[in-house]
Design a protein around this ligand. Structure first.
Ligand SMILES: Nc1ncnc2c1ncn2[C@@H]1O[C@H](COP(=O)(O)OP(=O)(O)OP(=O)(O)O)[C@@H](O)[C@H]1O
Length: 599
């Protein structure tokens, strides 16, 4: 009896295991037939290096990425380095400009912008054909020495908008200004950067650092990056080789600033606060304040230029600008603040919470394989959805802030290179990410109004359709969770000329042709509330000034004016992370085909 019972259980277990294995094999076959490559199991025990000083592992941290090595024998421009050039400019995973007309609506070229010749050459190597509107306005404003607040849609090239003029200005005097370098007498030096760029996330810091590595190629300007989670030792060692441009997240920056023999900000000429509204809303006000001179050794002389950038701009960010910037600071807005790009097709689908996995599965299989980011609202959910997709035979990875930095970098790399073309992410980790070819953003959860609601939505869907490309954003909506977001979501859809689904019809404003965003942004009054609402009927009001001929000889357009750049048509978009509880090798899966080139 007991034998029979035991055998009975064993038989049932065996049968269950067989049917599970069969199911898994079928799922995998279905995904493969649909064109998806095999999923890759993440073995965190191996991949994850401890966050300690002594990493002991061979994998390279993003902060250790190679930069152009300058020696004093060079004249003004260093010789070519074909190997580095290939890495910096020929990487197949670099974001490339799309073919849409929006980027070409200015009759002005980089050649007219008064950029330093080496910087201009690097722009060409990057294959940037012509400046985007935010670049067209920002470059002359910075070249003529103004503080700048720049607001433009996601994926519109804000990073180059500040890096290009800054590097151009510095290049003229690089030899004179350049910070200390190791010498026969001192093998290590204190980092004394001329440029500081602060941004909210580690991934974004690495991305800006990458752009700086490209634009500093063959120059004597040396970029470094400092961000949390990765070992401080590597980053310290890089700083000790000398640093002219420091890109940093605020926590690690504050840590390094406590060590005056490692880092001094006394020589800074440019401070850029990127994604300013996010930094200010996530508790870094004091840190940012100190960078404006309140309590650090930072250079507070008049020759220090300050810049702030974002795709959305809260009341706190505007106050910071008013309090700390020169009175004649230039405010550049392209499009209405917080508007979305018309290159993004926005679909809203009604899905109850308990049907979301099935809906996600159906949605993914209803489209050809394409690089996709799935946004969820909680870290635990991120793991669950990633596991779900993975177990359905799909090559997914995931990223959220509870992961170690090693895991985050591994996941992002897998997504960026196309090894895992589906990434599940929480909103915070994906802000500002720029990954080429993201074709689809899925809001498995729409952002909650408690967490930046519609502003967050704008940033999320901006991971696709970047820099003149096209993309799709699909959001799962249900009344229980998302009703409070509905009115603003509908306004946004109408503004971007998207279809408003029937279940949202009731939220249409009375006069859809004349949508009002209650913001108060134009006069920057305290009453404005677009931190939460980002409203603000700003953009597209003034005609673009005639930029032709305005540059070149250093003549800039009247930068005291507040520019609003017409109907700039850009898009936004990008990146990913890795999978939690999968542990070691997954039965039936493994390795992943090397199909990266297809992505
Ligand atoms: N003039 C240009 N032509 C073509 N590509 C460009 C140009 N300027 C920048 N890019 C590329 O466009 C991509 C998007 O730029 P960037 O990340 O700076 O956008 P962003 O406005 O900061 O976006 P977000 O608000 O989402 O952070 C990058 O890959 C960048 O290298």
């Amino acid at each position: 009896m007991s034998d029979a019972g035991t055998n009975g259980v064993a038989v049932v277990d065996d049968a269950a295991a067989t049917s599970k294995a069969q199911q898994k094999a079928e799922d995998l076959q279905r995904a493969t037939e649909a064109g998806w490559q095999k999923p890759i199991p993440f073995e965190y025990g191996v991949a994850a290096a401890p966050n300690t000083e002594d990493t002991g592992d061979a994998a390279k941290w993003l902060s250790d990425a190679v930069v152009y090595e300058w020696t004093d024998d060079y004249g003004d421009v260093g010789p070519e380095n074909p190997e580095l050039e290939k890495e910096l400019f020929e990487d197949p995973d670099i974001q490339r400009q799309g073919t849409l007309d929006g980027l070409k609506n200015l009759s002005f070229e980089f050649e007219d912008a008064g950029l330093h010749p080496v910087v201009l050459e690097n722009v060409k190597r990057c294959k940037y054909d012509s400046p985007t509107p935010i670049q067209a306005y920002c470059i002359p404003a910075v070249l003529t020495g103004h503080d700048v607040v720049g607001i433009a849609q996601t994926g519109s090239g804000k990073t180059a908008a500040f890096l290009l003029p800054i590097l151009s200005k510095l290049m003229g005097k690089a030899r004179m200004l350049q910070g200390p370098r190791p010498s026969a007498e001192a093998s290590r030096v204190r980092a004394e950067p001329l440029v500081l760029v602060v941004c909210p996330t580690r991934e974004l810091a690495c991305q800006i650092f990458d752009e700086a590595r490209r634009l500093c190629y063959r120059t004597m300007l040396r970029p470094c990056v400092a961000y949390g989670g990765a070992p401080t030792r590597n980053q310290r060692e890089q700083l000790e080789k000398g640093c002219d441009i420091l890109v940093a997240t605020p926590g690690r920056l504050m840590d390094f600033m406590k060590n005056p023999s490692l880092l001094s900000l006394a020589r800074l000429k440019f401070t850029v606060i990127d994604e300013a509204d996010e930094l200010l809303s996530s508790g870094w006000e004091k840190a940012i304040d100190s960078l404006f001179g309140a309590s650090s050794d930072t250079n507070v002389d008049a020759d220090h230029t300050y810049m702030m950038f974002s795709a959305t701009f809260s009341k706190e960010a505007r106050k910071l600008a008013r309090d700390h910037m020169e009175e004649d600071f230039v405010r550049i807005k392209v499009g209405r603040i917080g508007s979305t790009h018309s290159n993004i097709k926005q679909d809203i689908v009604y899905v109850e919470d308990n049907m979301k996995n099935q809906a996600l599965f159906d949605l993914i299989f209803s489209l050809p394989p394409q690089r996709t980011i799935v946004f969820v609202n909680a870290k635990a959910k991120c793991d669950i959805v990633d596991d779900f997709l993975y177990n359905k035979g799909l090559p997914s990875t995931s990223i959220h802030s509870d992961r170690t930095q090693r895991e985050r970098e591994d996941a992002l790399r897998a997504f960026r290179t196309g090894k895992c073309p589906i990434m599940v992410a929480t909103g915070v980790t994906a802000r500002g990410l720029d990954v080429a070819n993201v074709k689809h953003v899925i809001n498995y959860d729409l952002p909650s109004t408690m967490h930046d609601g519609i502003t967050e939505y704008v940033h999320r869907i901006g991971r696709t359709a970047r820099i003149g490309n096209q993309g799709l954003a699909t959001s799962f909506y249900n009344n229980d969770r998302n009703e409070d977001l509905a009115p603003k979501l509908v306004k946004l859809l109408i503004e971007a000329k998207q279809v408003v689904p029937e279940f949202l019809e009731m939220y249409k404003p009375e006069d859809p042709e004349n949508i009002k965003w209650n913001d108060g942004t134009d006069d920057e009054s305290e009453a404005g509330d677009f931190g939460a609402d980002f409203g603000g009927a700003v953009g597209a009001t003034d005609a673009m000034p005639d930029l032709n001929g305005g540059f070149g000889g250093g003549d800039a357009p009247d930068t005291n004016a507040e520019f609003s750049g017409g109907d700039a048509s850009f898009g936004g978009g990008d990146t990913g992370g890795d999978a939690g509880g999968r542990g070691g090798a997954a039965d039936g899966f493994g390795g992943g085909d090397d199909k990266a080139a297809a992505w």
